[in-house]
Design a protein around this ligand. Structure first.
Ligand SMILES: *Cc1c(COP(=O)(O)O)cnc(C)c1O
Length: 382
């Protein structure tokens, strides 16, 4: 142990490529700083090319994209919307912006995403209560694909539209098809900690032209076609700026490289710490390809000889290594605990024993060594 403060190792920090600045400079040189312009159009085209979706709208955040997607599906006060419980609060918050009610569904045990059995049970029970859900928000957690075959099968059977929250999953695919392209709409995030970033931003993607055109309209204050400012609907200021989109155009060029680097982090952890007893990883099932945005582990104290997630987390924090517990499920959050929940509490166990490890695509080999040494010190003392 030493008292010298070592440089911080971040969970996931921005990682610029070579061309971001060129696009940003172009925006400055042409004084095309705001709001829309060639970078926004170019970035939207890039997103379509990458995801295979026909249309996209670049927005100010992933949360804004979820909010708009719910509005586009006609979600109103008192409606119910099904959502994965094991996720970041931004997946569910927009349901409340509309005074609608979330219905939370638990995780399955291997990939930790929405359990299709509980999804169907939830739908049947809500229909029996005469509250058929208006939409399903399905999350691909930490970049890992949800079971889209089953989920889409169930959603189609009951004719409920699916919004894919692919905020963490750009670059991941299911049976070779990019995530975000399965539902009626997909949402992406370019927040600072995501696999690529525009410093802050998001997008809505879809094959439905009407949805994307309406999203563009609503995200620019819903201005009717008139020489003066005329409004027949309530609008939002949710568009991405031309400067941010310039960063995005550069970032998308290195996205495949970033996926490779993150998957390489995962391989490294799997080789180095997979051999310690009681440590398990999020499972990439058949047909799934994860961008491994974050490498996440479950620590089973019954198999580690009593070492807990907290023992490991605190040891890391003391070494100035950023580590976080897995998401606290939404049905346990004070703001959401009164809403219905369907499941067997799998996500609660994941939350109790799970840890996110530093996973940046710029994680250096010295950093990796410090992390592994920290693991070794905990396990050898344990
Ligand atoms: C980051 C994230 C969001 C929100 O994206 P922002 O761009 O930060 O608003 C939504 N859902 C999930 C699962 C996320 O991780």
């Amino acid at each position: 142990m030493t008292n010298i403060i070592k440089p911080k190792i971040w969970l996931s920090s921005p990682h610029m490529g070579e061309e971001e600045f060129k696009f940003v400079k172009e925006a400055f040189d042409t004084n095309w700083i705001a709001p829309l312009g060639p970078n926004v159009n170019g970035f939207e085209q890039d997103l379509c090319n990458y995801t295979g979706c026909t249309y996209s709208a670049a927005l100010s955040s992933g949360t804004a994209a979820i909010h708009l997607s719910l509005i586009l599906l006609g979600v109103k006060e008192g409606d119910e919307v099904i959502c994965s419980s094991f996720t970041f609060s931004a997946s569910a918050n927009p349901i409340l912006y509309l005074k609608a009610n979330p219905v939370f569904v638990d995780s399955e045990k291997l990939a930790w995403n929405m359990n299709p059995e509980f999804l169907e049970a939830a739908i049947l029970d809500r229909i029996a209560k005469n509250k058929k859900p208006k939409a399903i928000i399905i999350v691909h957690l930490y970049g890992m694909p949800a079971e889209m075959n089953n989920v889409m099968g169930i959603a189609n059977k009951y004719e409920i539209p699916v919004i894919e929250d692919a905020a963490e999953a750009l670059g991941s695919s299911y049976n070779g098809k990019p995530l975000g392209s399965f539902g009626v709409m997909g949402i992406l995030s370019f927040n600072g900690n995501k696999i690529i970033t525009t410093s802050g931003g998001g997008a809505l993607i879809s094959d439905n032209k009407n949805y994307i055109e309406k999203a563009r309209f609503l995200s620019t204050q819903a201005r009717d076609n008139a020489p003066h400012y005329q409004h027949s609907e309530i609008g939002y200021n949710y568009r991405m700026s031309n400067v941010c989109a310039g960063i995005g155009r550069g970032q998308i060029k290195v996205l495949d490289q970033r996926v490779k680097q993150r998957r390489d982090n995962f391989k490294f952890y799997e080789n180095e710490i997979g051999r310690f007893p009681g440590i398990d990883f999020q499972v990439e099932k058949m047909g799934c390809f994860s961008n491994r945005w974050l490498t996440t582990i479950i620590i089973d104290p019954q198999k580690t000889g009593g070492i807990t997630r907290e023992d490991l987390r605190i040891a890391m924090v003391n070494e100035n290594i950023e580590c976080r517990p897995l998401w606290k499920p939404m049905h346990l959050q004070p703001v959401f605990e009164k809403y219905p929940f369907y499941g067997d509490h799998t996500s609660e166990k994941l939350f109790e024993n799970g840890l996110c490890l530093p996973s940046g695509s710029n994680l250096s080999s010295e950093s990796r060594l410090r992390i592994i040494n920290c693991f070794k010190s905990v396990f050898n003392n344990g």
